[in-house]
Ligand binder design. Structure first.
Ligand code: GAP
Length: 449
């Protein structure tokens, strides 16, 4: 994880928030490559969940919601972590994350000092809206995006004439006052979620639950994630959230071990029933195709962390490789090692880097021309400084799948070198065929390592 954190900073994927002030715990800033990667991951999810489904609509609800939402959802009462403090070293722990024997003996796992009693700590960030800081002005930063979907479900049925089963998808920020925020961007106080809520007829919930488990698993396969680094974890009775009848996590093998990446939850009719009760509004669905039958739909939720997906994709793509064998040409000296991010080309922040072998003799101008031709369709980078081998290494570290090199032959016959990040192989391609070749390579991409 240290290597990934340091690469992320060095290459402008992720920076510590407010670093010049010593950093802000639980918050991170996404740099030029990081925001591109995050946007592409969000784009892939959005395409999968909305464009490829006729019956799933999008939404972007506000972060600030009426405080009654969080009473209805159960978050005010139940969204807590058990907390203990060490009276001696003042460290704070989640009681469910320290060994049971320490908890029973009230002994700090770090210094052996005495621990306080366990107390419940609500994870929602609380603030005040307006000038008065009284109970009437309390407002929360949303701890999940899901509730914005539930309170809009009737609006979307009406505006888009949705019929059950249907879904609503949303990507957005969520906030949790996490007690433990280590492991880089894995668990943070400010993060982003990609959630889809699927509204089904009661009784059809288990079938749809299984169907969505299948679809979410297939999604990661399509992204080219190492499938032996993914597994399912079913929540035991003691793990189930207050709203869930059944829940499975997709876990990824991060450098610190298997951890949750995404959850698929059967939330039953809990949320809509509670909103009906707290708002006084009718949350029933009227099934016009079944003699106006009325019912409160059950909800199957797929809930993935976007920022956690960024970390997963970084970990999954990270590789170090000795390149001595291939170093005869322009790829560096004998014991040369390279760090390479093997992103799927659909996710890579830069798709193609255009590199003139020399700045002079019109090569730079030709390379710029090629960049101008490609940049409407592809995210490109242009780099003319330093030895060509070093430039390839820089692009490998950024995860750029294709490098296009303009050399003296290019001037003679209008061909360029197309260099593949993963194999480091190079082929000559006529300039006129470059855009089509890139398209073909992206579509047919298969990870080789
Ligand atoms: N709406 C259901 C829900 O929020 P969750 O299991 O609490 O369920 C869903 O969160 C996903 O959101 C997790 O699988 C994880 O990827 C991401 N997530 C949750 N808390 C996070 C945090 N503090 N930092 C980063 N990602 C987080």
């Amino acid at each position: 994880m240290e290597k990934i954190t340091s690469l992320a900073k060095r290459r402008g994927f992720v920076f510590q928030s407010s670093e010049i002030y010593g950093g802000q715990n639980g918050a991170w800033d996404y740099g030029p490559l990081g925001i591109e990667l995050k946007n592409r991951i969000a784009g892939a999810w959005w395409k999968e969940m909305t464009r490829l489904h006729d019956n799933i609509a999008g939404l972007d609800a506000a972060i600030l919601m009426h405080p009654r939402v969080w009473e209805a959802s159960g978050h005010v009462e139940n969204f807590t972590d058990p907390l203990v403090d060490c009276k001696k070293c003042k460290l704070r722990f989640r009681a469910d994350m320290i060994p049971e024997e320490n908890l029973a003996a009230k002994k700090c796992p770090d210094c052996g000092g005495e621990l306080t009693d366990t107390r419940k700590f609500n994870l929602m960030f609380k603030s005040h809206i307006g000038p008065a800081e009284d109970t009437a002005s309390v407002i929360y930063l949303r701890p999940e995006t899901a509730q914005g979907i539930y309170v809009n479900y009737k609006n979307i049925i009406q505006s888009n004439r949705m019929k059950i089963p249907f879904g609503i998808a949303q990507i957005g920020k969520a906030f949790r006052n996490e007690i433990v925020t280590k492991n880089f961007i894995f668990r943070t106080c400010e993060f982003e979620q990609m959630e889809m809520q699927y509204f089904v007829k009661p009784g059809a919930d288990e079938e749809w639950f299984n169907e969505w488990r299948k679809q979410r698993w297939a999604y990661y396969e399509k992204l080219g994630v190492k499938m032996d680094h993914l597994r399912w974890h079913q929540h035991g009775k003691d793990e189930l959230a207050h709203y869930a009848k059944d829940a499975y996590d997709i876990e990824y093998l991060f450098p610190m071990g298997w951890r949750e990446l995404e959850g698929v939850h059967n939330r039953t009719d809990y949320d809509l029933r509670r909103h009906a009760q707290f708002s006084g509004k009718d949350m029933q669905y009227i099934d016009q195709d079944a003699g106006n039958e009325r019912y409160i739909p059950y909800i199957i939720e797929t809930s993935a962390g976007l920022t956690r997906n960024v970390l997963m994709i970084l970990c999954d793509a990270y590789d170090e490789e000795q390149v001595a064998e291939k170093s005869a040409s322009s790829e560096g000296g004998a014991d040369d090692w390279r760090t390479v991010l093997r992103f799927h080309p659909d996710l890579a922040p830069v798709t193609a880097a255009i590199l003139p072998l020399m700045k002079k003799d019109g090569l730079a101008e030709m390379a710029q021309d090629i960049r101008n031709e490609l940049q409407d369709d592809y995210s490109t980078d242009y780099d003319q400084s330093g030895a060509i081998g070093r430039r390839y290494r820089r692009q490998d570290e950024a995860g750029t799948p294709f490098c296009i090199t303009v050399d003296y032959q290019s001037k003679d016959d209008n061909t360029v070198t197309l260099r593949f990040r993963d194999s480091m192989e190079q082929v000559r391609v006529p300039r006129s065929e470059l855009a089509a070749r890139l398209k073909q390579e992206i579509k047919g991409y298969k990870r080789i390592k």
